[in-house]
Design a protein around this ligand. Structure first.
Ligand SMILES: *Cc1c(COP(=O)(O)O)cnc(C)c1O
Length: 480
């Protein structure tokens, strides 16, 4: 068990939580169509749905809120935010947006030409949606280990340069004009890339005239892994590593709702040589977000982001955060619960295929497991599997991704160790009665980003027979 690292902060304000009964939670699930996104927050005891916009701000950030400059144009708070981004990441050109997807929208609408192929190290839902809405196509170039939940490889976020090279051979660099690389890859279980890999990607791309754009939403968490696990970086500060990551790119976007340690906001940032693209994005931000000195953020939000970006670089904070996540990961793994290894940067991911092998992927085991965990203990989690992956536009069939995961995202600076111990106990209880968990059928689904609003009902398959020791008496019907 990892040694506990105490939180490098103390609690100054508390927010009450309400425990509910199992009957109440069963009714809530039915009402929400078994989709944890459709639950009401008041009915949730511990909310591990997402680490997005759920961070606790520091006293300094709350103080900064009070000095926000709400001027429509030329806000002083924009300068503070831009200076902080340049100081921490090295990007001089900055456009604020209301959140990460606002920046993705601007970037893809202005960068992508129809038919472009943009490889990524796996994908993020909104990023892929904006790429496709702009007429581009996504290709996955993440290393094979990322798809193997049992592999202990430390750098599952790495790009497989041979896969990238294969795409360039096939389509040419006229169509593969850029690669987008994300740190701490969410869909792979919060897995980092190594700086060595990013440098190799950069060198390859420079040789082929391909741009490198980063999705730096969780850059500090990836930097922590580099500092602690990659040879040669132990003496570097987190900030130095972040700057080094960004120096290997042409630009980036960020959802500040994660490593920005604020509840709302995002930005698009570029290196000076991307001025032409930057100007085009900046002239469009006024249409979709707001004037280029606030872009959908209020002055106070920009002010607290300026502080948050500096606070997230503190190694003491990142080490404590990581030890919390390792604690939860370890408690579950030791009880035999199938988890993604190694432990991720922003949460723990359950392998729903291995957890519920009797449920076929088209009955959404990860969705069903997320619902069951809520029923058991009031902890809200999220599906990251067949529902999130959506349908193939050509065949209309589910994409059936290799990874069928439930994500337990840990909000930053919000919960204590005992919250996580309680969570582990609840999930272990579900694991002991896993054979009685039913799959789901979709009742309704939106065309884009369906995981947010789809509704489900319980599937009426025959459940596998188990003996009193919870062992399967017969093989599961749709084992894959
Ligand atoms: C959250 C997220 C986004 C989108 O940002 P929003 O602020 O939710 O709009 C993009 N990329 C990654 C990796 C994310 O985690």
């Amino acid at each position: 068990m990892p040694r506990c690292i105490p939180e490098p902060y103390r609690i100054k304000m508390v927010e009450p939580l309400r425990m509910t009964t199992r009957e109440h939670r069963a009714a809530c699930l039915e009402k929400a169509g078994y989709n944890t996104f459709l639950l009401h927050s008041d009915d949730v005891f511990i909310d591990l749905l997402t680490d997005s916009g759920t961070s606790a701000m520091s006293d300094r950030q709350w103080g900064a809120l009070m000095v926000g400059d709400e001027a429509y144009a030329g806000s002083r708070s924009f300068d503070h935010m831009r200076e902080s981004i340049e100081d921490v990441m090295g990007y001089a050109l900055v456009i604020p947006t209301h959140q990460g997807r606002g920046a993705e929208h601007l970037f893809f609408q202005n960068f992508v030409q129809p038919g472009d192929i943009i490889p990524m190290n796996m994908y993020f839902t909104t990023t892929r949606a904006h790429l496709e809405l702009a007429g581009g196509e996504f290709r996955d170039v993440i290393c094979d280990e990322a798809h193997d939940t049992s592999s202990d490889f430390r750098w599952k976020g790495n790009v497989d340069i041979e896969k990238l090279d294969g795409l360039v051979e096939q389509y040419g660099s006229e169509r593969v004009r850029a690669i987008s690389v994300a740190p701490d890859v969410n869909m792979a279980g919060g897995q980092p890339f190594s700086l060595q890999n990013l440098r190799e990607v950069r060198a390859y791309c420079s040789g082929h005239g391909i741009k490198v754009f980063l999705d730096i939403t969780r850059i500090a968490e990836n930097a922590w892994f580099i500092r602690h696990n990659e040879a040669g970086f132990a003496d570097w500060s987190i900030k130095e590593i972040i700057r080094e990551i960004c120096s290997n790119s042409d630009g980036a976007w960020m959802s500040s709702k994660k490593d920005g340690l604020v509840n709302m906001g995002g930005f698009l940032a570029m290196q000076p040589w991307e001025d032409e693209l930057f100007q085009r994005c900046r002239s469009q931000v006024v249409v979709y977000e707001g004037l280029h000195t606030y872009g959908g953020m209020s002055g106070r939000d920009m002010e607290s982001l300026a502080v948050g970006l500096r606070e997230v670089c503190e190694d003491s904070y990142l080490s404590c955060r990581h030890s919390q996540i390792e604690l939860l990961h370890g408690l579950l793994a030791r009880a035999g619960v199938p988890v993604v290894n190694p432990c991720g940067g922003h949460g723990v991911f359950l392998d729903a295929r291995a957890f519920l092998p009797h449920i076929d992927q088209d009955h959404y085991p990860a969705q069903a497991l997320a619902a069951e965990i809520f029923l058991e203990c009031g902890v809200r989690t999220m599906e990251r599997g067949n529902v999130s992956a959506g349908r193939d536009p050509e065949t209309g069939l589910n994409r059936r991704p290799k990874l069928e995961l439930v994500r337990l995202a840990i909000p930053r600076r919000v919960y204590t160790e005992s919250h996580l111990e309680y969570t582990a106990e609840g999930i272990i209880d579900v694991y002991h009665r896993r054979h009685a968990v039913r799959g789901l059928d979709i009742i309704s689904e939106p065309a884009v980003l369906r995981f947010f609003q789809s509704r489900f009902s319980q599937h009426t398959e025959t459940l596998p027979v188990v003996d009193s020791e919870h062992h399967l008496a017969v093989p599961p019907p749709h084992y894959w």
